[in-house]
Design a binder for this molecule. Structure first.
Ligand SMILES: NC(=O)c1ccc[n+]([C@@H]2O[C@H](COP(=O)([O-])OP(=O)(O)OC[C@H]3O[C@@H](n4cnc5c(N)ncnc54)[C@H](O)[C@@H]3O)[C@@H](O)[C@H]2O)c1
Length: 341
């Protein structure tokens, strides 16, 4: 590890951006110089809780602070502007997933990074999940055999699109959750998606004034001739014991894999509700942030300082968005869509 410290800032300090703040403050190789958020209440909270300088304008922050890199944790459809502004200043960027909600935005980011010779990572944190890493390692063993078919689901409770965010209608279960699945399938198989065919339901959230899909089911054809079913919904009942559910099953010539990302081993029952928290994702450990949700942020710092490739980069973000876009087109036309090369 180099002795240099990376000067960083975080744009967007909402529910998830706070994890970036915690990670950078705890990382001895990073100096968190500033945080930028539109929301005054959030800026005041950040200043009080973390003692970090805040800005309401990305451009002003980039102008005044001597930064090497930033994290972008703005809502799904609003990653482009802060990312491009930072790239144009020669900064490296860690963008929250999904890289973008349109292919156009994703391509602009990839092209700008090339033009300004900076590096963009995407926070596909499932690539750091120990259970997923274990499966990927096993899939690479000759004895496992070829993948025949796979199933992957990732779902959120209905509170996520209805209570957590004001921007759910500008995203979808596929942009918010499905891109995680498509990224993981590419990472598991080591190959690209050939085509997708999707069906979906737009009723429950629409009846609540949120114009996005409740649920989307996608049949994914891979270049290795494996077929995957991916299910993503935003309407699991509020009483579900975790904010999200998820299952994976992969059938190979000689092996069957099953993963449960909802019940990760700890069950907590109170008089009100049973809970199954993910102890491996982001937890506080002796006052320090810990888990596979924190590791990608630490790796971003170390990959830049040590000139190492990112585990998930802008091209991975673009590929996931090409697939998500094809899923949405398939939903519209009711036919399979071939992924653009
Ligand atoms: N919430 C989760 O569980 C979760 C998990 C993983 C990844 N993510 C991803 O993280 C990103 C942020 O999600 P969130 O849950 O934190 O959303 P959020 O709505 O809680 O927070 C977004 C914040 O960005 C600020 N903002 C928006 N545009 C801005 C701009 N141009 N400049 C400065 N501030 C701006 C808003 O004021 C808000 O505080 C999303 O892309 C999401 O998919 C979220």
């Amino acid at each position: 590890m180099s002795n240099k410290k990376l000067n960083v800032a975080v744009v967007g300090a909402g529910i998830y951006g706070v994890n970036h703040i915690h990670a950078y403050l705890d990382n001895e190789h990073a100096n968190l110089l500033a945080v930028c958020d539109f929301n005054e209440e959030i800026r005041k909270r950040v200043e009080k809780e973390f003692g970090v300088k805040t800005y309401s304008s990305v451009d002003e922050m980039l102008e005044k602070e001597n930064l090497d890199a930033i994290s972008v944790a703005t809502p799904d459809a609003f990653h482009l502007d802060p990312t491009i502004a930072a790239i144009k200043k020669g900064l490296h960027v860690l963008v929250e997933k999904p890289l973008a909600t349109t292919v156009e935005d994703a391509k602009k980011i990839v092209e700008a990074a090339k033009e300004y010779n900076v590096r963009v990572a995407v926070d596909y944190h499932k690539r750091w999940d120990p259970a997923a890493i274990n499966v990927r390692n096993e899939l690479r063993k000759a004895d496992t055999g070829k993948i025949i078919r796979g199933y992957m689901s990732m779902d959120d409770v209905i509170d996520v699109p209805t209570k957590w965010f004001s921007w759910s209608d500008k995203s979808s279960p596929v942009h918010f959750l499905g891109t995680h699945c498509f990224d993981q399938i590419r990472w598991y198989t080591g190959c690209e998606v050939k085509s997708v065919y999707a069906v979906g339901c737009k009723r429950l959230l629409k009846s609540k004034g949120i114009d996005t899909y409740d649920s989307i089911q996608t049949l994914v054809e891979m270049e290795d001739d494996s077929y995957w079913t991916v299910e993503n919904s935003w309407v699991f009942p509020s009483g579900f014991p975790k904010n999200n559910g998820g299952r994976t099953e992969i059938l190979c010539d000689n092996t069957l894999f099953r993963l449960d990302s909802q019940n990760r081993g700890s069950e907590i029952f109170t008089n009100e509700k049973g809970k199954t928290p993910n102890s491996y994702f982001i937890i506080e450990n002796n006052g320090r942030p810990y888990g596979f949700g924190i590791q990608p942020i630490n790796d971003f710092v170390s990959c830049i300082l040590n000139d190492l490739p990112f585990i998930a980069d802008a091209n991975d973000g673009l590929q996931a968005e090409l697939i998500a876009d094809a899923v949405h087109r398939s939903l519209e036309i009711g036919k399979p869509v071939v992924i653009e090369k």
